[in-house]
Design a protein around this ligand. Structure first.
Ligand code: THU
Length: 120
């Protein structure tokens, strides 16, 4: 699957976003090394800070299915990842992050998105 196809999977997923407050629908799609694709959407809440980003939903779904850091080849997103999601993408050691930014498909490594990131 190409990075563009992965972002298209994220776009398809974004139709299921639950974003009644911001009305900003986000989709994410994680390509696992075994070929599976796990999607996520942003899920908002009336208590605004409790909402979750699409990327973290996709990574959490992958985790729930037994995936561990290093086992995700790429993540496609319909928007530029927020700072918190950049930390998650670093933790999950994905090879590539592909996302739409100002109409352009950008492909970055996590360390380009978050240099010198916090690790334990
Ligand atoms: N959002 C994401 O899902 N991922 C990001 O990386 C950026 C922001 C969501 C959170 C909120 O539901 C909406 O976009 C507007 O900020």
């Amino acid at each position: 699957m190409t990075d563009r196809e992965l972002v298209q999977a994220a776009e398809a997923a974004s139709r299921n976003a639950y974003a009644p407050y911001s009305e900003f629908m986000v989709g994410a799609a994680a390509l696992l090394r075994d070929g599976r694709v796990v999607t996520g959407v942003n899920v908002e809440n009336a208590a605004y800070p409790l909402g979750v980003c699409a990327e973290r939903v996709a990574l959490s779904r992958a985790a729930a299915e037994g995936t561990r850091p290093g086992e995700i080849e790429a993540v496609g997103i319909t928007a530029s990842p927020c700072g918190g999601c950049r930390q998650w993408l670093a933790e999950w050691a994905v090879d590539r992050v592909a996302f739409l930014h100002e109409g352009e498909l950008l492909v970055r490594r996590p360390d380009e998105l978050l240099p010198d990131s916090f690790v334990l």
